[in-house]
Design a protein around this ligand. Structure first.
Ligand SMILES: N[C@@H](CCC(=O)N[C@@H](CS)C(=O)NCC(=O)O)C(=O)O
Length: 336
């Protein structure tokens, strides 16, 4: 059963943990992985009515748990506000942050954290009331705009409005719930964050149909899982688990056919699934780590469709997150 433990923030565990110490070893001893999650973004990470975490970012933690324990439920989730998520990772309260977090140079250079790989290409947009009859972000000059503290969105908003000579009043909030409620209650004229979250958070408003997203995308928000710097083995595991999900989709390896695919004669599939390569063992896992991942979670495309895409109530298009072989940007380096 997936637990829903909320982990208190603090620095005690940071002190207990020497730099370079083996995260994988600690996870194995503990018996589960500790995953930083969102405060409830439908489709990305959110507990369902039974308290079981679900979503595209949750699936990634399930994939890690599958790779390590052959059991995707050996993961616990800590819901983190935007302003707290990097601190939680720095302090050792979580092993991995899998929560709509943008890769940027200042975060990587100044925070002691390492970005592993991009699981979702996003960009920042604006949600507004249809009744306001706005056509573009430029029509928001003089408006009041709601945004979450500690996000790239706060900084992009300032840049964009300054560059375009627009005035605005910003209202920042410390949690997702506060920012969404404030917008819903008319405290601001617009709500800005990553496009994917606007699409999903709109569903949480009182009357979703009364709101619309403006056409402009004002930034690049490459999202994906983060780890602490200083443990190269754990970095490699997290990075290559994501690439394994993408490579499985590229090679047509699915949750339904993965066992059959272990008998494939395709040399790339043989290496990916550990039939003809020992990458899993080199990572400190088992040879069949990718078989475990795909058997329990499916491939990248299956997770996308189930949580965000055609098979979900959100219905986001694959867009830039389509595979490179189909005109998108998702691309796994070779398993060789
Ligand atoms: N991608 C942006 C942040 C996106 C973000 O965190 N958005 C806010 C506003 S909706 C949030 O609280 N998201 C909900 C969550 O993930 O808990 C970043 O890395 O700074």
């Amino acid at each position: 059963m997936a637990a829903t433990a909320t982990i208190a923030l603090g620095c005690a565990s940071a002190l207990a943990q020497a730099p370079g110490s083996a995260t994988l070893q600690r996870i194995k001893e503990r018996g589960h992985i500790m995953c930083g999650a969102s405060q409830g973004v439908p489709g990305f990470s959110q507990p369902d009515n039974a308290g079981v975490w679900r979503g595209f970012d949750t699936d990634f933690c399930r994939a890690l748990a599958a790779a390590i324990f052959d059991d995707p439920d050996k993961a616990r989730y800590s819901p983190l506000a935007s302003k707290d998520r990097l601190i939680a990772l720095q302090g050792g309260n979580i092993d991995v942050l899998s929560r709509t977090t943008t890769w940027s140079i200042s975060r990587e250079l100044n925070q002691g954290l390492a970005f592993t790989a991009i699981n979702y290409y996003d960009g920042q947009g604006f949600l507004v009331r249809k009744a306001a009859n706005l056509k573009s972000v430029r029509d928001l000059s003089g408006a009041t705009i709601c945004v979450s503290q500690g996000t790239t969105n706060e900084l992009n908003l300032a840049d964009y409005f300054r560059t375009h000579g627009l005035t605005y009043q910003v209202v920042t909030f410390g949690s997702l719930d506060e920012v969404a409620k404030a917008y819903d209650n008319g405290r601001c004229d617009a709500y800005t964050t990553d496009m994917s979250q606007l699409a999903t958070n709109r569903l949480l408003l009182k009357n979703p149909d009364e709101h619309m997203v403006l056409p402009e995308i004002i930034s690049k928000e490459p999202l994906g899982p983060w780890v602490r710097k200083g443990d190269p083995q754990w970095f490699d595991i997290v990075r290559w688990t994501l690439f394994a999900l993408i490579a499985a989709e590229e090679l047509g390896v699915t949750q339904a056919n993965v066992m059959e695919m272990t008998r494939s004669q395709n040399p790339e599939i043989k290496r990916l699934l550990g039939v003809d390569a020992a990458f899993g063992e080199q990572l400190g896992l088992t040879r069949d780590w990718v078989v475990r991942i795909v058997r329990h979670v499916g491939n990248y495309g299956e997770s996308f469709d189930r949580n965000l895409g055609a098979g979900s109530r959100i219905g986001l298009p694959r867009g830039a997150n389509q595979l490179w072989t189909r005109g998108g940007l998702q691309y796994s380096p070779p398993f060789r």
